[in-house]
Design a protein around this ligand. Structure first.
Ligand SMILES: Nc1ncnc2c1ncn2[C@@H]1O[C@H](COP(=O)(O)OP(=O)(O)OP(=O)(O)O)[C@@H](O)[C@H]1O
Ligand SMILES: O=C(CO)[C@H](O)[C@H](O)COP(=O)(O)O
Length: 341
């Protein structure tokens, strides 16, 4: 199938492709799937947050003295049932957890779309969930980045005080290490985020981070989307710092390809990249960057990741029997946390 046909093929196919995004609260799960939502649009993509499958409300968790990170505090049996239904094209009635008041709202009907993003603390926790998910992403910011994002978000949007957020993060840490972090062993891609090597203020003021995308090798490359540009020429023209590096990294005993970006690319580079993608995929220009603005390392990682996910989806179309299989990684590799902590 030529790459330019992929959007139509996905729209017409009965296959429900599930993207699982794992990571702690406020770690960028929604942010890093933005390109996918922008490319395919609301008709084709919907999102389920696993928070909706908490077993207890906030008050009950407090009384029981457990965090939402403990698997028993969640209804994974119901989530498995719902994922199976959605995968088979059936509607579900989904619970709703309300972060504003810490209680459950009435359940809502939810219809399957051709691309379903499942994001939360535990998307890869059970073998059945791992089998149902077609592409697994683990988002892994450095602890200091995670702290800064979480405080900003929870103070500004969820009404907590900075002290309360810090305290909660400390309390959650053991459960995070025990139940959430090991899931990176099952991921097809791991995104690591650190403050920019060009200075923390560059991150805080301009959203520029040092982003590494660790990836499994491709099933089979459709490889025809040429993201290549005359990097040296363009970087020489670039008004701001930008770096790109390719190495390999050990992720829980697996060797993954690691593509790192840091800094910003200016308008000329962005337009050329967008034009390349547009010509080769026939998708609308991906408006990640406003005119005259800069493409950050994080935007770049999103684009590559989006293309990687599309690649996996197309592979399934041509070899459906291989879909949803357990990845090579196994929790038995034991204890390792993405090989870096
Ligand atoms: N790449 C990024 N660059 C800058 N800030 C970011 C980035 N990713 C996340 N953030 C910050 O962290 C906050 C949370 O991000 P996001 O909503 O993507 O996380 P999440 O993991 O989906 O959170 P949750 O599951 O708890 O809703 C954002 O509001 C933003 O302030
Ligand atoms: O880990 C989380 C996922 O976002 C939240 O802490 C969990 O969903 C509970 O939410 P709240 O703190 O609003 O009661």
């Amino acid at each position: 199938m030529p790459p330019s046909d992929f959007k139509r093929v996905i729209a017409e196919s009965p296959y429900v492709f599930i993207i699982g995004v794992a990571g702690d609260s406020g770690t960028g799960k929604t942010t890093f799937t933005r390109a996918i939502r922008e490319i395919f649009g609301e008709d084709l993509v919907s999102t389920i947050t696993i928070d909706d499958y908490h077993k207890y409300d906030r008050r009950e968790r407090k009384e029981l003295g457990i965090t939402p990170l403990v698997p028993e505090a969640n209804r994974f049996d119901l989530l498995e049932e719902h994922l199976s239904d959605l995968k088979a094209g059936r509607k579900i009635v989904k619970p709703v957890y309300n972060h504003d008041n810490g209680r459950f709202d009435p359940p809502v009907p939810f219809s399957p779309t051709k691309i379903l993003i499942l994001e939360g603390l535990h998307p890869f926790i059970t073998p059945k969930m791992r089998t149902l998910i077609d592409f697994k992403l683990y988002v892994d910011p450095d602890p200091d980045v995670k702290r800064a994002w979480k405080i900003k978000r929870d103070v500004e949007r969820r009404g907590y005080s900075p002290d309360a957020v810090e305290r909660e993060m400390e309390e959650r840490k053991p459960d995070f290490e025990r139940y959430v972090a090991p899931q990176c062993l099952f991921a097809d891609a791991v995104i690591r985020i650190a403050f920019s090597k060009y200075g923390r203020e560059v991150s805080e003021e301009r959203n520029v981070y040092h982003v590494t995308l660790c990836q499994n090798k491709l099933d089979r490359s459709i490889g025809d989307v040429d993201l290549s540009i005359d990097l040296f020429g363009l970087l020489s023209l670039s008004e701001r710092d930008f770096m790109v590096e390719f190495t390999t990294e050990d992720v829980g005993g697996r060797t993954m390809g690691a593509l790192t970006f840091d800094g910003e690319l200016n308008d000329a580079v962005v337009r050329k990249l967008e034009r390349n993608i547009e010509i080769q995929t026939q998708v609308e220009p991906i408006d990640l960057v406003q005119s005259g603005a800069y493409l950050t390392a994080g935007d770049m990682a999103q684009l590559i990741l989006a293309w990687r996910i599309i690649n996996r989806r197309i592979f399934i179309e041509s070899a459906p029997e291989t879909a949803g299989g357990e990845q090579a990684a196994s929790a038995e590799r034991g204890g390792c946390r993405c090989g870096r902590r």
